[in-house]
Design a protein around this ligand. Structure first.
Ligand SMILES: Cc1cc2nc3c(=O)[nH]c(=O)nc-3n(C[C@H](O)[C@H](O)[C@H](O)COP(=O)(O)O)c2cc1C
Length: 337
């Protein structure tokens, strides 16, 4: 039986789907209702990241997260979705808004991860110490999850922290990468897109003064100078925060898998972390830097037929989730009136 969503239902579903994480909070997924009770998912490639993500891997992962978010949101109203016709975004050139998938709506039951969509968020500061029993929960989880390798070993965490800082510094030293990242940072509250997308002061866990300082330090005239003085590594370093975690999970998926499918799994993995009572902070530099990726795969025994996609710092946080910057529904829904 066809399920035709009303405009109000669709708007609510899109808003819930858009709570999903996305690289730099670019929120690339756009939505339209299609004939036959289907939903079309479109990637707005004007929001792609050519310097950091030249093959649209992160855009595909982010669209996958949003698609999974849509399926979980549908489950809350007794529906489910079959994802069909997935595009390969790495091959996308020129077309600025390809349809990346179609969702066929069918009957379904409630997804147990639904309550965690509103609770999940990225925490970018130090974590609180966790109890040994909480660590047990993470370790036993590792054995059950085939696409995540979890370490709670302090020496392995310290090693990953050093590798992450070195890889981040390499990326940050590239002017194009740095400029692109800064263009998605909202370092001043008066930024016109402060509450809409990108990473604002609350998301970055920065004060107003730290925001002004970061804008200066990352500018093209100052950063290279600091790098020559050997000061850039200290500025880029996240070591104190990284080593405060309870665990780091390395998320990996079959090498040949469409990254939209990997993104769906990545979101479920993150929601599961939330369900376990932990908060996450990705460290994509470990996976994005080719040499570091290989070092991690070797050290942690990631199967050869799997691709290491992202690492996640996991820890305890006793603060309320922040209000997240998100684009309003009228810009996410691409339907002609
Ligand atoms: C594929 C992917 C990679 C990400 N990599 C990083 C990362 O390396 N560092 C980071 O701080 N956040 C990373 N994030 C988190 C996003 O920046 C975050 O989801 C986005 O800003 C929205 O914020 P929220 O997660 O609090 O809703 C990543 C998210 C995705 C989907």
């Amino acid at each position: 039986m066809e399920h035709i969503l009303t405009a109000d239902q669709f708007k609510e579903l899109v808003l819930q789907a858009n709570l999903a994480p996305s690289v730099h909070n670019v929120q690339p997924a756009r939505w339209r209702r299609a004939p036959g009770g289907r939903i079309e998912v479109i990637a707005d490639l004007t929001r792609a990241l050519p310097a950091a993500d030249p093959h649209n891997q992160d855009v595909a992962l982010s669209c996958g997260c949003a698609i999974e978010g849509m399926l979980i949101a549908l489950s809350a109203i007794g529906l489910a979705g079959c994802v069909e016709n997935m595009a390969n975004l790495s091959a996308e050139r020129g077309d600025l808004a390809p349809v990346v998938a179609t969702i066929k709506i069918v009957q379904g039951g409630r997804d147990s991860l639904y309550p965690f969509m509103a609770q999940r968020y990225t925490w970018r500061s130090a974590f609180q110490p966790s109890q040994p029993t909480e660590l047990d929960a993470l370790q036993s989880w590792d054995h059950r999850v085939s696409d995540a390798t979890v370490t709670t070993d302090p020496s392995a965490i310290a090693m990953l922290s050093v590798l992450n800082d070195k890889a981040s510094l390499r990326f940050m030293s590239e002017p194009r990468y740095r400029a692109e990242l800064v263009s998605w940072m909202r370092l001043q509250k008066r930024h016109s897109r402060y509450a809409l997308d990108g990473m604002n002061l609350e998301a970055l866990h920065m004060s107003v003064f730290e925001g002004i300082g970061a804008g200066l330090v990352l500018s093209p005239s100052v950063f290279p100078f600091l790098r020559r003085l050997g000061l850039a590594s200290g500025i880029v370093s996240e070591d104190k925060k990284t080593t405060s975690v309870s665990a780091i999970a390395l998320f990996h998926r079959p090498r040949e898998e469409n990254r939209i499918v990997s993104g769906r799994a990545f979101y479920r993995f993150w929601l599961k972390i939330t369900e376990l009572g932990f908060t996450g902070w990705p460290m994509a530099a470990l996976a994005d830097d080719e040499a570091t990726n290989q070092t991690c795969c070797k050290h942690f025994g990631i199967p050869e037929d799997h691709q290491f996609i992202n690492a996640m710092r996991l820890g305890k946080v006793f603060e309320q989730p922040q209000v997240r910057a998100r684009i309003p529904a009228e810009h996410l829904i691409w339907e002609s009136e």
